[in-house]
Design a protein around this ligand. Structure first.
Ligand code: HAM
Length: 481
């Protein structure tokens, strides 16, 4: 006898079952509708990308890239992939030399579409190349999607499209974080990005307006918007140095994490939740006092644009965000009912990211909503009401009635009505009992008498009221209710 094993979902991931999944679908439809009215179109992105994409954009020193990514080696299949893997495996062997003939012929056979002049920079022996090939390319499950959107924007030459490019996406992201309420290893985001030549503050404000329109549509209330500007490449480095200098003065009073961050990323110290660091952090210099003139003007105008739209916010100078690509506007939205993981949305401006990933100078801003947290908050507010999954349950009695029952089901379903049709004849009581348990609103009784009379019995299950109806009336009643 084989040993009985029970395989369970792995730590930090979960299944989303009906009826909850129906609410998820409703939320996603609301995003599609609302974002569509603001001129956004959907982009569907790969779940995994080259690790380098995230390392470059999100940042190699961030927790996300440094500790939380699911990264694996994919066997090399293209000359470009091999080139990369060779670089990684034997960085010191990269020289400007012609390819040896044996390697050249191997590559010509295995990758006929890639021009061989790409290979002029590398000098490896065949065994070394084989090793690099086996080592493979480093790929990662996406921890977020902004990097992918920017990659796609560059790859498809979207800068030639008219106006700003406005894209939204939804789907799973992966971070190996410590699971807790509202924090999962596979979680879902609904995000949007605006890319183009303009960094007009009206773009920032309209994006936030769109977020609130969406939250309003799904019924999420009690939200708080935190807003900050973290400066640009002119003013931020100076501020970071000042911050580092100030932090070094108080280093001994800080915990190990913050001490480490003084070196790697002093801004992240401002994010610290450690109780005994709070008083120290409050005394640190604030970015708002160190913005350059252009950033000051931009931020003031973002705020004015939000005011025009009637959107209120808290200025939060400590809102620096955990990804490296941000500059100027950053924001986060917190929702009630979530405990410590209460950020339901985060976003900001990332002018310069397109360039960093090899594209032309481009401005960008976006956000991502944590869909799991959105659902938790809706649930806490009693707003997760699943729609009934069955409108009408057909009870057919007698083998000769099945064909009619099937036809009725077909017509009702074609009209968008949710119909449950037992696949075999059930006893009357059992059928009605099941209809009740499934939460059906109506039972349609089809027996030989009904067929002879050309009418069906429609029973409203909430109050057991029965009426005799033609097929046309049946459809009208079900549609109207
Ligand atoms: P983020 O702040 O890392 O930003 O994530 C956005 C939201 O995703 C968070 O506010 C939270 O609701 C949700 N989230 C993050 N990690 C988890 C997790 N482990 N479990 C459940 N929910 C989670 C970004 O990802 C940026 N790409 C946002 C952005 C788009 N910035 C510009 N454009």
């Amino acid at each position: 006898m084989p040993e009985k094993v029970q395989i369970r979902a792995i730590k930090g991931v979960r299944d989303i079952l009906p009826p909850e999944s129906r609410v998820w679908a409703r939320v996603e439809r609301a995003a599609q509708d609302v974002f569509g009215t603001f001129g956004f179109a959907e982009i569907r992105l790969p779940i995994f990308e080259q690790t380098e994409l995230f390392a470059r954009s999100v940042g190699g020193d961030t927790d996300i890239v440094g500790k939380e990514m699911y990264t694996f080696r994919d066997p090399v299949e293209t000359a470009e992939g091999l080139f990369k893997a060779a670089f990684e495996s034997f960085p010191d062997k990269v020289e400007r030399e012609e390819l040896p003939e044996d390697i050249r012929s191997m590559l010509a056979q295995s990758t006929p579409n890639v021009p061989l002049d790409k290979w002029k920079k590398i000098s490896l022996t065949l065994p070394m190349l084989s090793e690099a090939m086996a080592h493979g390319e480093s790929v990662s499950l996406r921890p977020e999607a902004t990097a992918s959107v920017v990659r796609a924007y560059i790859e498809h030459g979207m800068h030639t499209l008219p106006g700003d490019v406005k894209l939204y996406y939804m789907g799973p992201m992966f971070r190996r974080e410590r699971p807790q309420k509202g924090r999962y290893r596979q979680f879902y985001q609904i995000g949007a990005e605006v890319l183009g030549q303009s960094d007009a503050p009206g773009i920032d404000a309209e994006l936030i307006e769109m977020l609130f329109a969406f939250f309003g549509r799904v019924g999420l209330e009690g939200l708080t918007l935190d807003l900050n500007s973290i400066g640009c490449k002119e003013c931020r480095p100076k501020y970071v140095e000042l911050l580092r200098a100030e932090l070094l003065k108080v280093k001994d009073k800080l915990g190990a994490d913050s001490q480490r961050r003084i070196e790697t990323n002093p801004l992240r110290v401002l994010d610290s939740k450690a109780p005994d660091e709070q008083a120290i952090i409050e005394e640190l210099p604030r970015i708002s006092d160190h913005l350059c003139e252009a950033c000051k003007i931009h931020f003031a105008e973002v705020r004015r644009q939000l005011d025009i739209r009637g959107i209120t916010y808290n200025l939060n100078w400590r809102l620096v965000r955990g990804l490296d690509y941000y500059m100027r506007t950053t924001f986060e939205i917190t929702a009630p009912g979530l405990g410590s993981q209460n950020a339901v949305c985060g976003g900001g401006r990332y002018d310069g990211l397109v360039e960093l990933l090899g594209g032309l100078p481009t401005k960008g801003i976006g956000f991502a909503i944590g869909e799991d947290r959105l659902m938790l908050s809706l649930e806490a507010a009693g707003k997760v009401v699943a729609e009934p999954s069955v409108d009408a349950f057909i009870v057919w009695m007698g083998a000769s009635t099945q064909a009619t029952a099937i036809k009725v089901a077909q017509r009702l379903r074609a009209a968008g009505i949710k119909v449950e049709l037992p696949p075999e004849e059930f006893k009357f009581k059992k059928a009605l009992g099941l209809a009740d348990k499934l939460g059906a609103r109506y039972a349609i009784l089809i027996g030989e008498n009904e067929i002879a009379a050309g009418k069906f019995t429609l029973k409203r299950l909430a109050d057991a009221v029965q009426t005799s109806v033609t097929e046309v009336e049946l459809l009208e009643t079900l549609r109207a209710d």
